[in-house]
Design a protein around this ligand. Structure first.
Ligand SMILES: *Cc1c(COP(=O)(O)O)cnc(C)c1O
Length: 382
């Protein structure tokens, strides 16, 4: 079963060896920048590559400011804190996501509140969000806050995610959240290079966060970044991710309890070299996706293409199998044949630590969770 599909995937990568889901490519100036960084001795928490990477990333995304962080999870954590999320609050997010989204909420002492996704984008559903807000929340005039009627807790932010690089309906989500005065932080960890209505993901909400982990579109080993158009938020983001140290030539004065979340200069050197190749990577990723789309157009399973009005980075290509049984058969056959595939994440509310978290109806999340599988998506070697 699936023999022909397996051969087709193998032919795309020109190897009979193990084909990973997403491996990095270092075809640019990575070694040169790393050596330069080591020679300079500035490998750690200060250095020119951090500033350079932040400027390059702001330029690429069209955001006014970018603040590099040690990874994407810490970037989301810091962004939530800056949005005003406090211990005891709730943050609306999707249940169909990578664990980091929910964990970053927990790091604030807050609880995730799970709302359904759309089937086509696999990201937070604007319709489900509106339904949830209308039916399940009330504005507490005394507290001056939006409250979850079931739990009595304040809902203080919304954290949608752009799944596998496919943009969610972020314009509608932002406008609904504006009505309810909820800050929006985009978990854009997977969507560097993805546009919604020609505008970069991560620039719609108050802040957006990227990840440069080893499996992402570009990597610097480990790293992340917060982007924003708000100068005050940008200043605060830099401050709380760098231990809230007041700049001074020798004095160590810190004005609040903050985080050591700064990206080391060594990683930033790698990040600069990778970002220089992003346009090429995106062309390659799109070509692979088009090849997959053409192949699966005439046969099962269904290949997931970019949603309307958007341009996906096609970070991880994905298929929809008929049902859970067929999904499992596909996972078994492909992995046995050295072609790495994996199911989409377990729903967060099915994990032990989030089983009691509040949630709305999760029909689409459950439907996708049973059927979606990722297939090899590396930038192909040149
Ligand atoms: C990769 C990822 C992150 C952040 O991951 P880090 O490994 O901390 O950089 C956050 N959210 C999602 C959805 C991700 O895929």
């Amino acid at each position: 079963m699936f023999e022909e599909t397996i051969q087709f995937i193998k032919s795309q990568f020109g190897t009979s060896d193990f084909i990973p889901l997403h491996e990095p490519r270092f075809n640019g100036r990575e070694k040169e920048y790393l050596l330069d960084c080591i020679d300079s001795t500035y490998v750690s928490s200060v250095g020119a590559y951090v500033d350079r990477f932040e400027a390059m990333l702001a330029d690429f995304t069209g955001a006014a400011f970018a603040i590099a962080t040690v990874n994407g999870t810490s970037g989301i954590h810091a962004a939530l804190r800056l949005a005003g999320v406090e211990s005891g609050d709730e943050v609306i997010t999707q249940s169909l996501t990578f664990i980091a989204t929910a964990n970053a909420i927990s790091y604030c002492g807050a609880t995730p509140c799970f709302v359904d996704v759309d089937r086509d984008t696999m990201g937070l559903s604007a319709d489900a969000l509106r339904d949830f807000l209308v039916e399940q929340t009330t504005f507490d005039a005394d507290l001056g806050r939006l409250v979850n009627k079931q739990t009595g807790r304040a809902i203080t932010a919304c954290l949608p995610m752009h799944t596998f690089g496919h943009p969610c309906r972020i314009d509608e989500i932002v406008s609904i959240c504006r009505e309810y005065e909820l800050p929006v932080i985009e978990d854009a960890a997977e969507s560097l290079g993805s546009l919604f209505q020609s505008k970069h993901t991560g620039t719609f909400g108050d802040m957006g966060v990227f990840s440069f982990n080893g499996n992402k579109t570009i990597t610097c080993g480990g790293g992340g970044a917060i982007i924003t158009n708000d100068p005050e938020l940008a200043k605060r983001a830099k401050h709380i991710t760098t231990t809230a140290k007041i700049p001074h030539r020798w004095d160590f004065v810190h004005d609040e309890i903050a985080y050591n979340y700064r990206m080391p200069n060594l990683n930033a050197a790698l990040a600069c070299a990778q970002l220089e190749q992003l346009d090429e990577f995106l062309i390659s990723q799109r070509k692979l996706a088009e090849t997959y789309a053409a192949y699966f157009a005439t046969q099962e399973p269904t290949f997931i293409t970019e949603p309307v009005n958007s341009r996906s980075n096609y970070w991880l290509n994905a298929l929809i199998l008929k049902d859970r049984q067929e999904r499992d058969a596909f996972l078994e056959a492909t992995n046995n044949a050295n072609v790495m595939t994996r199911p989409i994440w377990r729903l967060m509310n099915q994990l032990e630590m989030y089983q009691h978290a509040p949630h709305g109806t999760l029909k689409n999340s459950e439907w996708l969770e049973e059927r979606v599988v990722n297939i090899p998506s590396s930038v192909r070697p040149v």
